[in-house]
Ligand binder design. Sequence first.
Ligand SMILES: NCc1[nH]cc(CCC(=O)O)c1CC(=O)O
Length: 322
Amino acid sequence: MTSVSSPPRTIRIGSRKSQLALVQTYWVREQLQKSFPEINFEVHTMSTQGDKILDVALAKIGDKGLFTKELEVGMLNQEIDFAVHSLKDLPTNLPEGLTLAAITERENPADALVLHEKHKGLTIENLPAGAVIGTSSLRRLAQLRHKFPHFTFKDIRGNLNTRMAKLDAGEYDALILAVAGLERLGMGDRVHQILPKEVSLHAVGQGALGIECRADDQELISLLKAIEHPETRDRCLAERAFLRDLEGGCQVPIGVNTEIENGNLTLSGIVASVDGQKLVQDTVSGPAANAEALGTELANRLRQQGAQEILNAIFAEIQRGS
Ligand SMILES: NCc1[nH]cc(CCC(=O)O)c1CC(=O)O
Protein backbone atom coordinates (compact mmCIF):
# COMPACT_ATOMS: atom_id res chain seq x y z
CA MET A 1 0.00 0.00 0.00
CA THR A 2 1.15 3.50 -0.79
CA SER A 3 0.77 6.14 1.87
CA VAL A 4 1.77 9.80 2.11
CA SER A 5 4.80 8.86 4.18
CA SER A 6 6.15 6.16 1.84
CA PRO A 7 9.52 6.89 0.20
CA PRO A 8 9.33 8.57 -3.22
CA ARG A 9 9.24 6.12 -6.09
CA THR A 10 11.32 6.02 -9.22
CA ILE A 11 9.11 6.79 -12.21
CA ARG A 12 10.08 5.37 -15.61
CA ILE A 13 9.17 7.43 -18.65
CA GLY A 14 8.91 5.74 -22.03
CA SER A 15 9.88 7.56 -25.21
CA ARG A 16 10.50 6.87 -28.86
CA LYS A 17 14.11 7.35 -29.88
CA SER A 18 13.59 10.03 -32.51
CA GLN A 19 15.20 13.39 -31.88
CA LEU A 20 11.79 15.08 -31.63
CA ALA A 21 10.44 12.44 -29.23
CA LEU A 22 13.49 12.81 -26.99
CA VAL A 23 13.25 16.62 -26.92
CA GLN A 24 9.60 16.29 -25.92
CA THR A 25 10.21 13.61 -23.30
CA TYR A 26 13.09 15.49 -21.65
CA TRP A 27 10.95 18.66 -21.62
CA VAL A 28 8.20 16.76 -19.77
CA ARG A 29 10.76 15.29 -17.38
CA GLU A 30 12.15 18.75 -16.63
CA GLN A 31 8.68 20.14 -15.87
CA LEU A 32 7.89 17.23 -13.55
CA GLN A 33 11.28 17.40 -11.87
CA LYS A 34 10.63 21.06 -11.00
CA SER A 35 7.33 20.17 -9.35
CA PHE A 36 8.60 16.98 -7.69
CA PRO A 37 12.35 17.35 -6.95
CA GLU A 38 12.29 14.33 -4.60
CA ILE A 39 11.16 11.89 -7.31
CA ASN A 40 13.59 10.15 -9.60
CA PHE A 41 12.37 10.26 -13.24
CA GLU A 42 14.19 7.86 -15.60
CA VAL A 43 13.86 7.92 -19.40
CA HIS A 44 13.62 4.54 -21.21
CA THR A 45 13.69 4.61 -25.01
CA MET A 46 11.92 2.13 -27.31
CA SER A 47 11.56 1.71 -31.07
CA THR A 48 8.05 1.64 -32.42
CA GLN A 49 6.82 0.00 -35.62
CA GLY A 50 6.59 3.46 -37.18
CA ASP A 51 10.30 4.07 -36.51
CA LYS A 52 11.29 0.84 -38.25
CA ILE A 53 9.37 1.34 -41.49
CA LEU A 54 9.87 5.02 -42.20
CA ASP A 55 10.79 4.39 -45.82
CA VAL A 56 7.47 2.91 -46.84
CA ALA A 57 4.35 4.93 -47.41
CA LEU A 58 3.02 5.18 -43.88
CA ALA A 59 -0.11 6.91 -45.06
CA LYS A 60 -1.09 3.80 -46.94
CA ILE A 61 -0.61 1.38 -44.09
CA GLY A 62 -3.70 2.73 -42.41
CA ASP A 63 -2.73 1.12 -39.12
CA LYS A 64 -3.46 3.14 -36.03
CA GLY A 65 -0.96 3.32 -33.20
CA LEU A 66 2.11 2.91 -35.38
CA PHE A 67 4.13 5.19 -33.10
CA THR A 68 2.57 4.21 -29.78
CA LYS A 69 1.94 0.47 -29.55
CA GLU A 70 5.29 -0.71 -28.19
CA LEU A 71 5.18 2.00 -25.53
CA GLU A 72 1.69 0.90 -24.55
CA VAL A 73 2.78 -2.70 -24.24
CA GLY A 74 5.67 -1.46 -22.07
CA MET A 75 3.22 0.26 -19.73
CA LEU A 76 0.91 -2.73 -19.47
CA ASN A 77 3.94 -4.97 -18.73
CA GLN A 78 5.13 -2.54 -16.02
CA GLU A 79 8.41 -1.88 -17.84
CA ILE A 80 7.63 1.84 -17.94
CA ASP A 81 5.13 3.96 -15.98
CA PHE A 82 4.08 6.54 -18.52
CA ALA A 83 4.74 7.52 -22.12
CA VAL A 84 5.07 10.91 -23.78
CA HIS A 85 3.51 11.10 -27.25
CA SER A 86 2.96 13.74 -29.88
CA LEU A 87 -0.76 13.84 -29.23
CA LYS A 88 -1.55 13.69 -32.92
CA ASP A 89 0.11 10.26 -33.15
CA LEU A 90 -1.96 8.85 -30.27
CA PRO A 91 -5.09 6.98 -31.44
CA THR A 92 -8.40 8.21 -30.02
CA ASN A 93 -9.26 4.79 -28.56
CA LEU A 94 -6.64 3.64 -26.06
CA PRO A 95 -6.05 0.02 -25.06
CA GLU A 96 -7.95 -1.31 -22.05
CA GLY A 97 -6.08 -0.40 -18.85
CA LEU A 98 -4.47 2.80 -20.15
CA THR A 99 -5.58 6.42 -19.90
CA LEU A 100 -4.69 9.82 -21.30
CA ALA A 101 -3.62 11.35 -17.99
CA ALA A 102 -2.53 14.82 -19.10
CA ILE A 103 -2.22 17.11 -22.11
CA THR A 104 0.49 19.77 -21.96
CA GLU A 105 0.40 23.31 -23.32
CA ARG A 106 0.33 23.22 -27.07
CA GLU A 107 2.81 24.94 -29.35
CA ASN A 108 1.44 26.69 -32.42
CA PRO A 109 -0.66 23.84 -33.92
CA ALA A 110 -0.58 25.18 -37.48
CA ASP A 111 1.18 23.80 -40.55
CA ALA A 112 4.17 25.66 -41.94
CA LEU A 113 5.43 26.36 -45.44
CA VAL A 114 9.17 25.69 -45.65
CA LEU A 115 10.70 26.96 -48.90
CA HIS A 116 13.78 26.13 -50.89
CA GLU A 117 16.02 29.19 -50.64
CA LYS A 118 15.48 30.09 -54.30
CA HIS A 119 11.83 30.89 -53.43
CA LYS A 120 12.64 33.00 -50.38
CA GLY A 121 10.05 35.76 -49.89
CA LEU A 122 7.24 33.86 -51.61
CA THR A 123 4.11 32.44 -49.97
CA ILE A 124 1.85 29.50 -50.80
CA GLU A 125 -0.36 31.98 -52.68
CA ASN A 126 2.34 33.10 -55.13
CA LEU A 127 4.64 30.10 -55.57
CA PRO A 128 4.92 29.37 -59.33
CA ALA A 129 2.64 26.83 -61.02
CA GLY A 130 4.21 23.37 -61.11
CA ALA A 131 6.15 23.93 -57.88
CA VAL A 132 6.91 20.57 -56.25
CA ILE A 133 5.43 20.46 -52.77
CA GLY A 134 6.55 17.70 -50.39
CA THR A 135 4.15 16.26 -47.85
CA SER A 136 3.44 12.82 -46.45
CA SER A 137 0.08 13.74 -44.99
CA LEU A 138 -3.20 13.00 -46.76
CA ARG A 139 -4.77 15.83 -44.77
CA ARG A 140 -2.30 18.42 -46.08
CA LEU A 141 -2.37 16.92 -49.57
CA ALA A 142 -6.17 17.01 -49.87
CA GLN A 143 -6.60 20.54 -48.58
CA LEU A 144 -3.75 22.01 -50.64
CA ARG A 145 -4.78 20.19 -53.82
CA HIS A 146 -8.24 21.67 -53.40
CA LYS A 147 -6.97 25.24 -53.15
CA PHE A 148 -3.81 25.02 -55.28
CA PRO A 149 -4.41 22.47 -58.05
CA HIS A 150 -1.57 23.99 -60.09
CA PHE A 151 1.15 22.57 -57.78
CA THR A 152 2.77 19.13 -58.10
CA PHE A 153 2.52 17.13 -54.90
CA LYS A 154 5.20 14.59 -54.04
CA ASP A 155 5.45 12.22 -51.09
CA ILE A 156 8.33 12.72 -48.64
CA ARG A 157 9.62 10.38 -45.91
CA GLY A 158 12.24 10.31 -43.21
CA ASN A 159 12.96 12.38 -40.14
CA LEU A 160 13.03 16.15 -40.17
CA ASN A 161 16.74 16.41 -40.97
CA THR A 162 16.40 14.01 -43.91
CA ARG A 163 13.44 15.97 -45.24
CA MET A 164 15.25 19.28 -44.96
CA ALA A 165 18.26 17.84 -46.80
CA LYS A 166 15.98 16.69 -49.66
CA LEU A 167 14.47 20.18 -49.85
CA ASP A 168 17.87 21.88 -49.82
CA ALA A 169 19.15 19.47 -52.50
CA GLY A 170 16.40 20.74 -54.82
CA GLU A 171 14.19 17.63 -54.87
CA TYR A 172 11.29 19.84 -53.73
CA ASP A 173 10.41 23.53 -54.02
CA ALA A 174 8.71 23.56 -50.64
CA LEU A 175 7.62 21.30 -47.78
CA ILE A 176 4.60 21.46 -45.52
CA LEU A 177 5.52 20.56 -41.93
CA ALA A 178 4.14 21.18 -38.46
CA VAL A 179 5.31 24.48 -36.96
CA ALA A 180 5.55 22.72 -33.57
CA GLY A 181 8.05 20.06 -34.64
CA LEU A 182 10.30 22.64 -36.30
CA GLU A 183 10.17 24.92 -33.25
CA ARG A 184 10.98 22.09 -30.84
CA LEU A 185 13.98 21.03 -32.90
CA GLY A 186 15.33 24.59 -33.05
CA MET A 187 14.42 25.00 -36.73
CA GLY A 188 11.78 27.68 -36.23
CA ASP A 189 13.77 30.00 -38.52
CA ARG A 190 12.95 27.68 -41.45
CA VAL A 191 9.25 28.53 -41.24
CA HIS A 192 8.55 30.93 -44.12
CA GLN A 193 4.81 31.09 -43.67
CA ILE A 194 2.41 29.85 -41.04
CA LEU A 195 -0.50 28.54 -43.09
CA PRO A 196 -3.74 30.26 -42.10
CA LYS A 197 -6.74 28.10 -41.25
CA GLU A 198 -8.36 29.09 -44.56
CA VAL A 199 -5.50 27.22 -46.30
CA SER A 200 -4.93 24.26 -43.98
CA LEU A 201 -6.75 23.02 -40.91
CA HIS A 202 -4.24 21.22 -38.70
CA ALA A 203 -4.31 17.62 -37.45
CA VAL A 204 -6.23 16.68 -34.33
CA GLY A 205 -3.96 17.26 -31.32
CA GLN A 206 -1.18 18.81 -33.40
CA GLY A 207 1.40 20.72 -31.35
CA ALA A 208 0.35 19.20 -28.01
CA LEU A 209 1.90 16.35 -26.00
CA GLY A 210 -0.24 13.57 -24.62
CA ILE A 211 0.83 11.66 -21.53
CA GLU A 212 -0.50 8.15 -21.25
CA CYS A 213 -0.27 5.87 -18.21
CA ARG A 214 -1.96 2.89 -16.54
CA ALA A 215 -5.53 3.79 -15.63
CA ASP A 216 -5.16 2.33 -12.12
CA ASP A 217 -2.05 4.34 -11.20
CA GLN A 218 -3.90 7.05 -9.26
CA GLU A 219 -0.76 8.38 -7.60
CA LEU A 220 0.93 9.00 -10.96
CA ILE A 221 -2.24 10.40 -12.53
CA SER A 222 -2.40 13.08 -9.80
CA LEU A 223 1.30 13.91 -10.27
CA LEU A 224 0.83 14.32 -14.01
CA LYS A 225 -1.98 16.84 -13.49
CA ALA A 226 0.77 19.27 -12.42
CA ILE A 227 1.83 19.68 -16.05
CA GLU A 228 -1.61 19.69 -17.64
CA HIS A 229 -2.73 22.82 -19.52
CA PRO A 230 -6.53 23.00 -19.08
CA GLU A 231 -7.23 25.12 -22.15
CA THR A 232 -5.15 22.84 -24.39
CA ARG A 233 -6.87 19.83 -22.84
CA ASP A 234 -10.38 21.21 -23.60
CA ARG A 235 -9.40 22.05 -27.17
CA CYS A 236 -7.78 18.68 -27.78
CA LEU A 237 -10.62 16.71 -26.18
CA ALA A 238 -13.07 18.40 -28.55
CA GLU A 239 -10.77 17.65 -31.51
CA ARG A 240 -10.30 14.02 -30.43
CA ALA A 241 -14.02 13.42 -29.88
CA PHE A 242 -14.62 14.71 -33.41
CA LEU A 243 -11.99 12.36 -34.87
CA ARG A 244 -13.15 9.39 -32.78
CA ASP A 245 -16.76 9.84 -33.88
CA LEU A 246 -15.70 9.92 -37.52
CA GLU A 247 -13.54 6.83 -36.84
CA GLY A 248 -10.56 8.45 -38.48
CA GLY A 249 -6.91 7.81 -37.61
CA CYS A 250 -4.10 10.31 -37.98
CA GLN A 251 -3.65 9.13 -41.58
CA VAL A 252 -6.95 10.36 -43.00
CA PRO A 253 -7.74 13.79 -44.47
CA ILE A 254 -9.43 15.27 -41.41
CA GLY A 255 -8.39 18.73 -40.19
CA VAL A 256 -9.49 20.95 -37.31
CA ASN A 257 -9.10 24.34 -35.71
CA THR A 258 -10.08 25.30 -32.16
CA GLU A 259 -10.22 28.56 -30.26
CA ILE A 260 -11.31 29.34 -26.69
CA GLU A 261 -12.52 32.79 -25.72
CA ASN A 262 -14.16 33.56 -22.36
CA GLY A 263 -14.83 29.88 -21.77
CA ASN A 264 -16.45 29.47 -25.18
CA LEU A 265 -14.93 26.84 -27.47
CA THR A 266 -15.17 27.11 -31.25
CA LEU A 267 -14.33 23.95 -33.21
CA SER A 268 -14.02 23.88 -37.00
CA GLY A 269 -13.47 20.67 -38.92
CA ILE A 270 -12.92 19.52 -42.47
CA VAL A 271 -13.09 16.14 -44.20
CA ALA A 272 -11.69 15.98 -47.73
CA SER A 273 -11.14 13.41 -50.44
CA VAL A 274 -7.49 12.72 -51.30
CA ASP A 275 -7.87 14.26 -54.76
CA GLY A 276 -9.14 17.47 -53.15
CA GLN A 277 -12.37 17.28 -55.15
CA LYS A 278 -14.84 16.63 -52.34
CA LEU A 279 -14.67 18.62 -49.19
CA VAL A 280 -17.09 19.21 -46.31
CA GLN A 281 -16.52 21.62 -43.44
CA ASP A 282 -18.43 23.24 -40.62
CA THR A 283 -18.00 25.02 -37.28
CA VAL A 284 -19.67 24.50 -33.89
CA SER A 285 -19.33 26.45 -30.70
CA GLY A 286 -20.37 26.22 -27.05
CA PRO A 287 -19.05 26.04 -23.47
CA ALA A 288 -15.51 24.61 -23.26
CA ALA A 289 -16.77 22.42 -20.41
CA ASN A 290 -18.75 20.48 -23.06
CA ALA A 291 -15.69 19.94 -25.25
CA GLU A 292 -16.37 16.32 -26.18
CA ALA A 293 -20.06 16.94 -26.92
CA LEU A 294 -18.99 19.69 -29.34
CA GLY A 295 -16.71 17.23 -31.13
CA THR A 296 -19.60 14.79 -31.45
CA GLU A 297 -21.93 17.51 -32.72
CA LEU A 298 -19.45 18.52 -35.42
CA ALA A 299 -18.93 14.89 -36.48
CA ASN A 300 -22.72 14.46 -36.83
CA ARG A 301 -23.05 17.63 -38.86
CA LEU A 302 -20.27 16.63 -41.26
CA ARG A 303 -21.71 13.15 -41.60
CA GLN A 304 -24.98 14.73 -42.72
CA GLN A 305 -22.97 16.60 -45.34
CA GLY A 306 -21.41 13.40 -46.74
CA ALA A 307 -18.23 12.97 -44.65
CA GLN A 308 -18.82 9.24 -44.21
CA GLU A 309 -18.95 8.58 -47.96
CA ILE A 310 -15.66 10.47 -48.41
CA LEU A 311 -14.00 8.48 -45.62
CA ASN A 312 -15.41 5.12 -46.74
CA ALA A 313 -13.91 5.64 -50.19
CA ILE A 314 -10.50 6.31 -48.58
CA PHE A 315 -10.74 3.27 -46.28
CA ALA A 316 -11.67 1.09 -49.27
CA GLU A 317 -8.61 2.35 -51.14
CA ILE A 318 -6.32 1.69 -48.15
CA GLN A 319 -7.79 -1.82 -47.87
CA ARG A 320 -7.03 -2.50 -51.52
CA GLY A 321 -3.46 -1.55 -50.70
CA SER A 322 -3.25 0.97 -53.49
N1 LIG B 1 3.20 13.01 -38.31
C1 LIG B 1 4.51 13.12 -37.74
C2 LIG B 1 4.59 14.12 -36.63
N2 LIG B 1 4.11 13.81 -35.40
C3 LIG B 1 4.31 14.92 -34.59
C4 LIG B 1 4.95 15.90 -35.34
C5 LIG B 1 5.37 17.20 -34.79
C6 LIG B 1 4.26 18.16 -34.56
C7 LIG B 1 3.33 17.87 -33.44
O1 LIG B 1 3.77 17.64 -32.30
O2 LIG B 1 2.12 17.87 -33.66
C8 LIG B 1 5.15 15.41 -36.64
C9 LIG B 1 5.82 16.09 -37.76
C10 LIG B 1 4.95 16.85 -38.73
O3 LIG B 1 3.74 16.62 -38.83
O4 LIG B 1 5.49 17.72 -39.44
